[in-house]
Design a protein around this ligand. Structure first.
Ligand code: 3JN
Length: 342
């Protein structure tokens, strides 16, 4: 008989938690029992899994008894507080927050890029999911890195409000409607209006002038590619888009590579779809990436201003590949290669 697993989802009522359930269904993950966890405020609600209602329970230290895998997307504070307790209960935690990503004893994994790192889960019982903006960039750049090396990355992001959560989705919708109807609008989630605007501000500002989101991209990319010598500089921008992060990425490679070679390399790369026929107006767009698990790459062209430069435009659904899909893919590898299940 095929093995099946008891899976807990912490943060089940959030924007990412909902997609975790959808992803487990879509990818036919062998779930024996599902346990949905959230704060006391959301406990008592129900969610549907495979056509059946499942109650949402309060997340506590004892929530993980008899679970094989716990997928956390309940925010950094909940991960800091409960992930080790979950691991101690005997399950493997796949954590979607920044809480454990840079811990040397916690693997930081993109299944298409460094699945081998999953083997390190046993040290703490935790595997970290990278930040959404890092995931899509590294899925697209890893094949180029492996082929010719990458010396430097300059990235600017155009990030959807769903990255902030459900309240930010409502804020963009409400402000847009208010402005179009000439009625008063309010900003509660962001420090400025997001409708018809761009905010060069994601997460908090650090002493070096960068935001935390920007530094996550720098540090996580180096950890995943196991190469601290790559120069990386990022500007993270929130744009009035509901779903799908876009990125303008400029790379300087160690050895020359032509745009055609990049196109063929990425056409074969796992998890990547090349959409690059500018003559027919075909390039990746957030509205096409929504609900998809692939990372879309286009506008691949030479940067003639440096010796070996390439520009790319990289788009993915931040809630799917940027969070839920990546976590479920990690769970799939864990189940196939490392866990016994029942
Ligand atoms: O803003 C986005 O588009 C992505 C947001 C990610 C995020 C938001 C709040 C806290 C994170 C993250 O995944 O890095 C965290 C966090 O865990 O620190």
């Amino acid at each position: 008989m095929n093995k099946a697993y008891n899976v807990a989802i912490a943060g089940a009522t959030g924007a990412v938690g909902g997609q975790m359930l959808a992803c487990l269904e879509d990818r036919d993950f062998p779930v024996k029992q599902i346990r949905l966890l959230a704060t006391a405020r959301s406990a008592g609600q129900t969610r549907s899994f495979r056509g059946k209602p499942v109650p949402v329970e309060e997340l506590t230290e004892s929530s993980f008894t008899d679970m094989d895998i716990a997928i956390f997307s309940a925010g950094g504070a909940a991960s800091e507080r409960f992930a080790l307790a979950a691991a101690r209960s005997g399950c493997v935690v796949v954590d979607n927050s920044a809480a454990w990503r840079m811990d040397p004893e916690v693997p930081l994994v993109i299944p298409e890029v460094n699945p081998h790192a999953i083997a390190g889960y046993a040290k703490k019982g935790i595997i970290a999911n990278p930040n959404c903006s890092t995931i899509q960039m590294v899925v697209a750049l890893a094949p180029i890195y492996r082929k010719v090396g990458i010396k430097r990355i300059v990235v600017s992001t155009y990030q959807a409000v769903s990255g902030t959560g459900k309240k930010a989705i409502d804020e963009l919708r409400n402000q847009t409607a208010a402005l179009l109807n000439d009625t008063p609008w309010q900003s509660r989630v962001y420090p400025h209006r997001i409708a018809f605007n761009c905010l060069p501000h994601i997460d908090v500002f650090l002493d070096n002038g960068y935001t935390k989101e920007e530094m996550k991209m720098v540090n996580e990319t180096r950890k995943i590619l196991e190469d601290d010598s790559i120069g990386i500089t990022a500007t993270a921008v929130r744009v009035p888009v509901f779903f799908g992060h876009s990125e303008s990425v400029n790379i300087e490679t160690a050895a020359p590579i032509s745009p055609d070679e990049v196109r063929s390399l990425l056409a074969e790369a796992p998890g990547v779809t090349v959409a690059d026929e500018p003559g027919s107006n075909i390039y990746p767009m957030a509205i096409d990436a929504q609900g998809r698990d692939e990372t879309f790459v286009g506008r691949i062209r030479q940067d003639p201003s440096v010796a070996s430069g390439i520009n790319l435009w990289i788009v993915a659904d931040n809630i799917r590949k940027g969070a839920a899909t990546n976590a479920v893919q990690i769970a799939e590898i864990l189940a196939e290669r490392y866990l016994t299940g029942s």
